[in-house]
Write a protein that binds this ligand. Structure first.
Ligand SMILES: [Zn+2]
Ligand SMILES: [Zn+2]
Length: 377
């Protein structure tokens, strides 16, 4: 359903175009191909859908980043289906924009043609919290999730009427979905109380869905989590929410990302920080040590006389940047001189010799035993 053409080319904007430029260009093209200005022209309608699809992706920073990095395939991988089935779906999704583009708003924010007819309700959005391990968030992953939602009833295709029967035009509002109440000059237009604004009533309800037009289903979805996601980020899976009224678009599924902390890696944006213990001789004399990174062990050359607490940076070994700039953050290693809790006889001997050489005052052997002994008497 969706196009394979380059979205920037479709909108005639540069790859680094700002949000305002993209909106301006879409506005111009949408006016040109608008169905109301080209009645019955299928080519114009196809163009209208195509520019709207391009706009729906490029106007959404998250989708735009995914598209820039992975193209059309990346969007599909993230469960994004940017194509539009009908012009009405476009008006529904960009109702705010069309309100201000074409002056149909008038407070309603909708489209003139729509406002006089029955109101179609878009499906509700669904939310899901996806917990990831630290390294899954760094490298990206594929996750299987199950989400309960309302889907269009297969038996009645969402109409709510038993197959073979038809919903009938509401007698109260004559199919308009609205009634006018009040007297004299104070007249208020409200949704029809009999049909709930749908303009139709169901005489023979569908048995499968009891006339609701929707049934509860559990979807198993495979979510492509891009590398570099972090706590609090959300992925939008377009159209994976609840089904809407027949003819209205479904809601979206928002997947909220939670990342479990790592045992020793800390993350700040795209940078990783890790503390690595080194021995006193290594700090003094230098040497090659092994340090953990998100890609596994790396070797790090310590120079002679490395102070405790010094930070070494391995550039480009951090977390992949989420989005179109590409590249990765840095990996910072803080070395800390490790003080052993126990010493062998020989180690103690050598350290005492060192203290003597440096003329350092140290506790004599058995000092603590003496002190403790004094308190116990
Ligand atoms: Zn049904
Ligand atoms: Zn009615």
């Amino acid at each position: 359903m969706s196009t394979q053409r380059d979205y920037y080319e479709i909108l005639g904007v540069a790859r680094d175009a700002s949000g305002t430029e993209i909106k301006k260009s879409y506005r111009k093209l949408a006016m040109q191909y608008h169905p109301d200005r080209n009645p019955g022209d299928e080519e114009a309608e196809a163009k209208f859908k195509e520019v709207s699809e391009a706009y729906s992706v490029l106007s959404d920073p998250e989708k735009r980043e995914t598209y820039d990095r992975f193209g059309h395939a990346g969007l599909r991988g993230a469960g994004v289906d940017p194509g539009f089935a009908s012009a009405d779906e476009i008006f529904s999704q960009f109702s705010d924009l069309f309100g201000d583009l074409f002056g149909f708003g008038g407070g309603g924010g909708g489209r003139g043609r729509r406002r006089s007819g029955p109101r179609l309700r878009r499906g509700a959005d669904q939310e899901y919290t996806l917990e990831l391990d630290f390294l899954e968030a760094v490298h990206g992953c594929q996750k299987e999730i199950t989400v309960a939602r309302y889907a269009t009833c297969d038996a009645c295709a969402g109409s709510g009427a038993e197959p073979g029967s038809q919903p009938e035009t509401c007698g109260t509002c004559g199919g308009a979905g609205q009634v006018v109440q009040g007297h004299g000059f104070l007249r208020i237009r409200t949704a029809c109380p009999h049909c709930g604004g749908r303009g139709q009533v169901i005489v023979h309800p569908c048995k499968a869905c009891e006339g609701h037009g929707r049934t509860r289903v559990t979807d198993s979805l495979s979510v492509s989590v891009p590398a570099g996601v972090d706590n609090g980020l959300q992925l939008r899976l377009a159209g994976r929410g609840d089904a809407g009224d027949p003819g209205a678009p479904p809601g979206d599924l928002y997947v909220h990302i939670r990342v479990r902390p790592h045992e020793f890696f800390r993350r700040k944006g795209a940078d990783i920080m890790v503390e690595v213990p080194i021995s006193y001789p290594q700090a003094c004399l230098g040497g090659v040590i092994k340090v953990p990174t998100v890609d596994g062990e790396e070797e790090l050359e310590l120079p002679r006389a490395t102070p405790s607490g010094k930070v070494f940076t391995l550039p480009g070994k951090g977390v992949p940047h989420l989005g179109r700039r590409g590249g990765r953050g840095d990996h910072h290693v803080q070395v800390v001189v490790d003080v052993p809790k126990t010493l062998s006889e020989e180690e103690e001997e050598l350290i005492r010799k060192l203290a003597e050489l440096q003329d350092a005052k140290v506790a004599h052997k058995g000092f603590w035993r003496d002190i403790l002994g004094r308190f116990s008497t």
